[in-house]
Design a protein around this ligand. Structure first.
Ligand SMILES: NC(=O)c1ccc[n+]([C@@H]2O[C@H](COP(=O)([O-])OP(=O)(O)OC[C@H]3O[C@@H](n4cnc5c(N)ncnc54)[C@H](OP(=O)(O)O)[C@@H]3O)[C@@H](O)[C@H]2O)c1
Length: 269
């Protein structure tokens, strides 16, 4: 991040805080201004230590990052204009708010819509972004740099993909957490002690994810490699992959999440 760059972060919740943490961990700390009516103790601590400015009067910045809930955006959009000057790049991480809506409500075409995910809090997330028409190369580079502390950055992609991106990588960590939760609950119901079930589920999901990443193999190939015909894994997969099983449920779940993203867009029109 360039030393002279100023960043205003609107909304320091889970995602906004994860972003700010990444910027603060960089070599050159940018001038970070945070706007949040009820900042967490962590954010208040940064302000006390002088590493960020909390709730200053708005004035045009290099990059404006909008990280409030999508439902809050229409209420605050007008007031955000005070942060925007002719050189300001706007990056929104709000689900469901389209670039056109950002541009119209904020009065600028220099807008980026990004979708990060919560593993970004430990630098292991993935962010996907799209832009309003063709963005200047410098703005694309600034977007990549700004999101890099959260992990991988992919884009620009066509905005028509953003609802499915949101449903897959944006909401996806919750599906994996549910898997760990349900696996532990099921084993406990079969008689395994609760703490052992939780520990094994956590280690299994984390280990499988690490293997998936490190081996570079397709998930289907890794699944087949641990499934001997007539064995224990096969017995479980026969249930999970049955009609109405996991693939079908996930198809419905991803569609529901993508539809919710589209609803949020419509609610903002
Ligand atoms: N969590 C995810 O997995 C995820 C993934 C990708 C994208 N996103 C997107 O990221 C955005 C933030 O999500 P989040 O999970 O970080 O939500 P969050 O924890 O609720 O964060 C939103 C923050 O904005 C604050 N806020 C509310 N009104 C404000 C205002 N007028 N000015 C400044 N700040 C205000 C909230 O304060 P109060 O709590 O006091 O209201 C809260 O601290 C959402 O648009 C979401 O779609 C989230």
């Amino acid at each position: 991040m360039a030393g002279a760059q100023s960043i205003a972060l609107i909304g320091a919740g889970r995602m906004g805080t994860a972003l700010a943490k990444g910027w603060l961990a960089g070599k050159k700390t940018p001038d970070i201004r945070i706007s949040d009516p009820q900042p967490s103790a962590e954010v208040a601590g940064w302000a006390k230590a002088g590493t960020v400015t909390l709730n200053p009067d708005p004035s045009p910045v290099s990059i404006l990052v909008v990280a409030v809930k999508p439902q809050v955006f229409p209420k605050v959009a007008e007031s955000l204009k005070a942060w925007i000057g002719p050189k300001t790049l706007v990056i929104s991480i709000m689900a469901g708010i389209r670039v056109k809506q950002l541009a119209e409500r904020l009065g600028t075409d220099r807008v980026v819509r990004a979708m990060p995910n919560t593993p970004g809090a430990i630098g292991r997330g993935v962010s996907v972004f799209c832009t309003m028409g063709k963005l200047a190369a410098a703005d694309t580079a600034a977007t990549e740099k700004l999101l890099a502390p959260l992990g991988d950055v992919i884009g620009p992609v066509d905005e028509k993909h953003m609802s499915n991106v949101t449903a897959l990588s944006g909401s996806g960590p919750a599906y994996v957490f549910l898997l760990a939760e349900a696996m532990a609950d099921a084993a406990e119901a079969e008689g395994l002690p609760s703490d052992l079930a939780s520990k094994l589920a956590r280690l299994t999901v984390a280990g499988a994810a690490a293997l998936l990443e490190e081996s570079g193999e397709a998930p289907g190939a890794l699944r087949k490699a641990v499934t001997s015909p007539g064995g224990t894994t096969q017995a479980a997969l026969d249930i999970l992959m049955d009609d109405g099983g996991m693939p079908r449920l996930l198809r419905q779940a991803i569609r529901a999440a993508a539809n919710r993203d589209r609803d949020l867009s419509r609610d903002t029109d």
